[in-house]
Write a protein that binds this ligand. Sequence first.
Ligand code: ZN
Length: 269
Amino acid sequence: MDYQEIVYERIGPVARIWHNRPGMRNAENTRLLEELNTALQQAQRDDEVRVIVLAGKGDHFSAGHDLKEGKELRSGYGVEERWKYEDQYYFEYCLNILNCHKPTIAQVQGACIAGGFMVANMCDLMIASDDAFFADPVVHTMAVAAVEVLIHPWVLGGRKAKEMLFTGQRITAAEALAAGMANRVVPRAELDDAVMAMADKVAEAPPFALKLIKKSLNRTMDIMGRENALRSHFDSHQLSHFSDEAIAMKKSGATHSIRRDASGKAANV
Ligand code: ZN
């Protein structure tokens, strides 16, 4: 496949898939999400690939879904159309990452916001640079119940997830490390090397044993209710798109609120 919005890179046993819209702070449009999903299948099919890294070119991992595209193409969507679109591109594509049978690592720098937060946290491991920051401000900025995949309590713990979602504020890389969401935090200049060192270490493990231990760990989380909880939230999230609050917020110009919330340079969506 001829990728336009991502870069697919093979380094020995590692496939690294980059968001590649640095001028748009890697805002995830439909094509980018489609390509990410295709690249993930490509990496899974390739027997030489042992580990998959998700990353972002430029200063930021991703500022989230491309709301400009959403406004242009999908603002007139009703319940059924929105549900169908978000179920495929936002929910199922994310779960494809979560349930990918090879180990995955998120390489995160700069903004990791909303849709970007969701994608990064589908990965098994996360290495962040010390300038990384994380937020899901959409309760505050769009009057919508978080993003589509409520992975937050599973990676941050309930209390930190509530703080992040109730306040709409960022959490820092240091907070992400303390909460257990990030496995390591390193200086920005060392991020690439730290990720590749982790990937190479993981890649040394026999792949079938890795596949089985990942499956067991994922099943453990799912027996605790993770996947059902994620599916349940998706339904609530859809309802929240059509609340009086959300409609009023949309009319008042939600994209500007998001731009403000992410402090200008952090997010363009
Ligand atoms: Zn949504």
